[in-house]
Design a protein around this ligand. Structure first.
Ligand SMILES: [Zn+2]
Length: 102
């Protein structure tokens, strides 16, 4: 794990929402021009949520579950909540997971 400075805006430009959320999507494959809200296979935040209650926005990276109510504005917020990380830790994880593109 590197300790170099990671700029949030650069990271959000480098990792597209469709790339980030692709493994979660209910219907695959999707084209690279998909936009707006799409259903996910399941809610990654709670096993109690019914299938297809979790939605992700492939335009801006926002996410929302209509089951447990979790939601956020972008993939950084998603990473923070899912992994219980602070902002800086989430940037580091994203940079590590998508290394070479940042
Ligand atoms: Zn949920």
């Amino acid at each position: 794990m590197s300790n170099r400075f990671i700029d949030a805006n650069s990271l959000l430009k480098a990792i597209t929402p469709i790339e980030f959320y692709y493994p979660l999507l209910e219907q695959r494959p999707v084209t690279l021009v998909e936009e707006g809200w799409h259903k996910a296979k399941r809610c990654p935040f709670s096993y109690d949520c019914e299938p297809s209650r979790f939605h992700v926005n492939l335009t801006n990276g926002a996410f929302k579950c209509h089951g447990c109510g979790v939601g956020g504005a972008n993939i950084i917020a998603f990473t923070m909540k899912l992994n219980r990380l602070n902002f800086r830790q989430a940037l580091q994880k994203l940079a590590d997971d998508f290394g070479g593109e940042i």
